[in-house]
Design a binder for this molecule. Structure first.
Ligand code: PEP
Ligand code: MN
Length: 337
C-alpha cells in the first residue's frame, strides 16, 4: 500500500509513520516529492488495522497497490527510473548501446572488437565469461580468465562492462570485475540467483525468460528490488513461439507494455531475438522506434569462426552502419545516441 502524507507533513511525522509501518512488519520505501511525501509499504496488510496508520498525524490517505509487482510497477514509483552504470545513464533521453561478442574468446580478439564498437558509439561492452550453453559439449566460457580480460578491455577503452552470471556462487567474483550483472533468459526465474544479485549494489540486466509472460518477468524484477537493489534494467530478447524462421520471436509490443506498467528502463536484444545477423538492424531500429532505452548487440570480427552465436553476430563495420541508421530513428522519436 501507499501511505500518502499531507502537504507540509513534518520530518518527525514522516519518521513516526515509517517507524510504525516497520513495527507492523512492513518494508518501507519513502519517496520525498516536491510537494508531498509518500511511503510505499510492502508486506502483508491483511492482519493490520489500517487506522493505526491512517489516524496518525500527518497522514492523508492510504492507497492500495493493485499490481502484483509493487516495486517494479508504476503505482508507487511514477517517474521513469534512470539507472547509472558507472556513469552511463540508462533510461534518459540518450540511448545506450551495449555491444561485443557473445563469448570472450581471448584478450587480443576482445580488446580489438571493443575498440571498434567504441569507435562506432557503443558505451557498454558485452561478453560472456560464463556461458549458459544448451549443450554441455559446447564452449562454456573462459570464466575467471574471461573476467580478467574484460577488466583489461575496460582499462584500455574506458567502456563499461556487462556480463552474465549463472550461479549464486559466482556473484561475488563477477561483481568485482564488471559494472552490470546480466541475468540470462534461462535464469530469469532462478529465484536464489535473483535474490543474490538483489542483495548487491551493481545494476542488473534482467533478460526476459524464454517463455515468460511480462508479468512473470516483472515479478522477477520485483525479487531483485525487494532485496534492496533498485537498479534493474529489463531486456526483451525474444520469446519462444511456433515460428522457426527466427531463433525467437521478438516481442516488440513488450516495450510499450513495460513502459506503461513499470518505471524500469527496458532495452532490446535483436541478436538473440532473431538469431540471424541479417535481421538484426531492422529489429534494432524497430525496438528504438517502439520506445526502448537501448540495445545489446552481438558483434564479432570473424563471425564464421566465432565460438558462440556467430550466425547472429554483426561484423564491426555492419555495427557501425547500424549505429548511423539508429541515430536517425532515435531523432525521430525524440531520443539521441
Ligand atoms: C547472451 O546474452 O549471450 C545470452 C545467452 O542471452 P540470453 O540469456 O538472452 O539467451
Ligand atoms: Mn549469445
Amino acid at each position: 500500500m501507499i501511505v500518502v502524507l499531507k502537504k507540509g507533513a513534518t520530518k518527525k511525522q514522516i519518521e513516526d509513520v515509517e517507524k510504525r509501518l516497520i513495527e507492523l512488519g512492513f518494508k518501507t520505501h519513502p519517496i520525498y516529492g516536491d510537494v508531498k511525501t509518500v511511503i510505499g509499504a510492502i508486506g502483508d496488510k491483511r492482519n493490520i488495522n489500517k487506522n493505526k496508520i491512517l489516524l496518525m498525524d500527518g497522514v492523508e490517505e492510504i492507497i492500495p497497490i493493485m499490481l502484483p509487482y509493487k516495486l517494479a510497477g508504476k503505482e508507487l514509483y511514477k517517474e521513469a527510473s534512470v539507472i547509472d552504470v558507472d556513469g552511463v545513464k540508462i533510461g534518459g533521453e540518450q540511448l545506450v548501446v551495449m555491444a561485443g561478442p557473445c563469448a570472450i574468446e581471448g584478450e587480443k580478439e576482445f580488446i580489438s572488437v571493443a575498440k571498434k564498437v567504441k569507435q562506432s558509439g557503443a558505451s557498454i561492452l558485452r561478453g560472456g565469461a560464463y556461458k549458459p550453453r544448451s549443450s554441455p559439449y559446447s564452449f562454456q566460457g573462459l570464466e575467471l580468465e574471461g573476467l580478467k580480460i574484460m577488466a583489461a578491455a575496460k582499462k584500455e577503452t574506458g567502456l563499461k562492462l556487462v556480463t552474465e552470471v549463472v550461479d549464486t556462487r559466482d556473484v561475488e567474483t563477477v561483481d568485482k570485475y564488471v559494472d552490470m550483472l546480466q541475468i540470462g533468459a534461462r535464469n530469469m526465474q532462478n529465484f536464489r540467483l535473483l535474490k543474490e544479485v538483489g542483495s548487491g549494489s551493481k545494476p542488473v540486466l534482467l533478460k526476459r525468460g524464454l517463455a515468460a509472460t511480462i508479468t512473470e518477468w516483472l515479478m522477477a524484477a520485483e525479487y531483485i528490488i525487494n532485496e534492496g537493489n533498485e537498479k534493474v534494467i529489463l531486456c526483451e530478447r525474444g520469446i519462444r513461439t511456433y515460428e522457426t524462421a527466427t531463433r525467437n520471436t521478438m516481442d516488440i509490443s513488450a516495450i510499450p507494455v513495460v513502459k506503461n506498467t513499470s518505471h524500469l528502463p527496458i532495452i532490446a536484444d535483436p541478436s538473440h531475438a532473431t538469431g540471424h545477423a541479417k535481421y538484426v538492424p531492422q529489429m534494432a531500429n524497430a525496438a528504438i522506434a517502439a520506445g526502448a532505452d537501448g540495445l545489446i548487440i552481438e558483434v564479432h570480427e570473424d563471425p564464421p569462426n566465432a565460438m558462440s552465436d556467430g550466425e547472429q553476430s554483426l561484423r564491426p563495420n555492419e555495427f557501425g552502419d547500424l549505429m548511423k541508421q539508429l541515430s536517425k530513428i532515435a531523432k525521430a522519436v525524440g531520443r539521441f545516441l
